[in-house]
Design a binder for this molecule. Sequence first.
Ligand code: GLP
Length: 242
Amino acid sequence: MVKVKILPDKVNASEEVAQTLHDLIVEKPNAVIGVATGSTPELAYELLAEKIKEHNTDVSQLQFFALDEYIGLPWDHPESYHAVINRTVTVPLGVEPSQVHVPEAPDDATEGPVRYYDEHIEAAGGIDLQLLGIGRNGHIGFNEPGTPFDAPTHVGRLTDMTRQDNSRFFDSVDEVPPLAVTQGIGTILKSRKAILMAFGEAKADAIRDSLAQPPAEDRPGSGLQLHSDCVFYLDEAAAAKV
Ligand code: GLP
């Protein structure tokens, strides 16, 4: 089931999400939190970091699991998701790198260590709160259109649109890896609660396609309708076509 919260702007929405995260951490100091990359959740991470500092909140028992990682980028590449999560989550929140897990991308794109990611999440107790953004074509994590809704963590091929959109972080589109490892939609659906954030008119079609019609695998975001507790935090522009 998806609930929709439409807020006047990204700042208001990010503040509510940061407060929700902080409430969870206070209530459950050993919470397991799923974190997303992309520019959308960055402000929520910054606001959460401020709250943690302000309240001197204990973060020493938290566990974090990232959604995805490119295949073929070394971990010390500034746009590898290992590096992005370190920069936006690990360091600002003041948690140890050992508390933060990012899928390991096998060099040869075989499923090898990939499938163990879901077992690792389960061994940690399962994800209490999964944060998500959404791509213009409706992808969540790197689950592109056509990904089965029951997929576990797996290797997937990025669409041209996704590579083009993410090329803003690289010198050219050719540098954006064509393959990634991602938590599957099946993995995401196992989280106890999920929050998807989307801001700006560029996301309006993806949000409409996620909410306005029954779930279908060519619209990955619509798979969240099958989640037991999912909230979409939208600004007015992203919600314009719902
Ligand atoms: C990437 C990530 C997604 C993210 C998407 C949208 O493709 N793998 O998890 O939701 O980008 O990014 P942004 O928030 O920058 O629009």
